[in-house]
Design a binder for this molecule. Structure first.
Ligand SMILES: [Zn+2]
Length: 399
């Protein structure tokens, strides 16, 4: 058997492979795979990447469902099947990547490949660079509860028009993490699409619908943005410090240093107010998180504080991709914090009496009813002798 790092098919997958279920197909492939599905040649090529993370099965499931119809498109279609080894590790679709691997979506465009995985990524990239691509879409899942959304690195009309074929909730990504999307964005409009939790029928249905819209769409308009959308930006990466032992939910005891709210991911894509409690720490403990912005600058102090035993957010922001597993937190991060939101379409002129969040507590509280009384530390803006965030907080009892 060949030990080439990349398996290639230039004329689609043969029927006997396409008929297999997902895991049997991956067993037959055994390694990262690039399939070219020839089209009629009337339009420029398109590409879809799936399974760069071994536990994110929705993209592969949806692609196989669509490809089994064997439609011939006006364009050549390139399909990347990424971390096959991690996906095959029992019980199947359980690992983002294996302990002896790197994250397959953090190694693109590095050059001088030293490992089988990096060689595969380089070989895929080399072929995509010669394919005259019109666009590329990298399909992922989340590990926490999130809406369906797309990630863009540029805000050109063609990128926004590609992304909004999938969904109109968009995130701008400036973090430079050597993802496939970043390695190809000089080549063609290139986005990532996040299809909710893996294994859910609604995730699969969304991905199937969206891929069919993509494959059925005209070439992307480059002169104007054709669909309205919401774009979040100013992303900061929030990690749990490596020495901190933590869990989601339960009691704070001697076995952990941090207990995170078990339902944190319910706040994904919702703006949370300053004072929201993320978790609980031992008396006297420092902030157990580490946050960096797109430049790698440490921004922890500007966003998080320990008040008593509460770990709180000290500036309003919108958490996204918040996870609920220790493994995902360790392998990537706890969540990303979007600090820029689009203005609402029907925004009213600023109210001169509400300059900042302290003065607007009834309004923010009302908009975030689920947090009332349990998740948010109240501020007391009426006391003129207090200053600094901690002094204004009136912590509620631990749950
Ligand atoms: Zn992923």
């Amino acid at each position: 058997m060949s030990n080439e790092p990349l398996l290639r098919f230039d004329d689609g997958l043969p029927d006997e492979l396409l008929a297999l279920d997902e895991l049997d197909l991956l067993r037959a492939l055994g390694r990262p795979t690039l399939v070219r599905w020839p089209g009629t040649g009337e339009a420029r090529a398109r590409a879809v990447a799936t399974l760069l993370h071994g536990d994110e099965s929705t993209g592969l499931e949806a692609m196989l469902r669509v490809l089994r119809r064997r439609r011939v498109y006006p364009f050549d279609l390139y399909h990347v099947i990424g971390n096959v080894r991690a996906a095959l590790e029992p019980p199947g679709f359980a690992y983002r990547y294996l302990d002896d691997q790197e994250d397959f979506n953090r190694i693109w465009g590095l050059g001088d490949p030293t490992t089988a995985q990096r060689l595969a990524a380089d070989a895929i990239l080399a072929e995509l660079r010669t394919a005259d691509l019109e666009s590329l879409v990298d399909v992922h899942n989340n590990t926490g509860d999130n809406p369906f959304y797309a990630i863009v690195t540029l805000e050109t009309p063609e990128v926004l028009n590609l992304a909004t074929l999938f969904t109109t909730t968009l995130l701008r990504w400036d973090l430079e993490l050597h993802t496939l999307m970043e390695a190809t964005h000089d080549l063609c409009p290139s986005i990532a699409v996040e299809c909710g939790l893996p294994g859910r029928p609604e995730s699969r249905a969304f991905a199937i619908d969206a891929l069919r819209r993509y494959f059925g769409s005209e070439p992307l308009a480059t002169n104007q943005v054709v669909r309205d959308h919401d774009l979040l930006g100013g992303m900061q990466k929030v990690m749990v410090r490596p020495e901190v032992r933590f869990r989601f939910g339960g009691e704070l005891d001697d076995t952990v240093d941090l207990v995170l709210d078990a339902d944190l991911d319910a706040h994904n894509f919702r703006e949370v107010p300053a004072g929201m409690v993320l978790g609980w720490v031992h008396p006297g403990a420092a902030v157990p998180l580490h946050a960096i912005d797109a430049d790698g600058t440490d921004v922890t102090d500007g966003h998080f504080e320990v008040v008593g035993q509460h770990l709180v957010i000290t500036a309003s922001g919108t958490p996204v991709m918040m996870t609920r597993t220790v493994e995902a937190t360790r392998k990537d991060c706890l969540f990303y914090l979007a600090t820029e939101r689009p203005a609402p379409m029907d925004a009213e002129p600023p109210d001169p009496g509400a300059e900042d969040w302290q003065d607007a507590s009834p309004r923010t509280g009302g908009a975030l009813g689920a947090l009332d009384g349990t998740g948010v530390l109240d501020a007391d803006p009426t006391d003129p002798h207090q200053d600094g965030f901690s002094a204004r907080l009136q912590p509620r009892p631990l749950r």
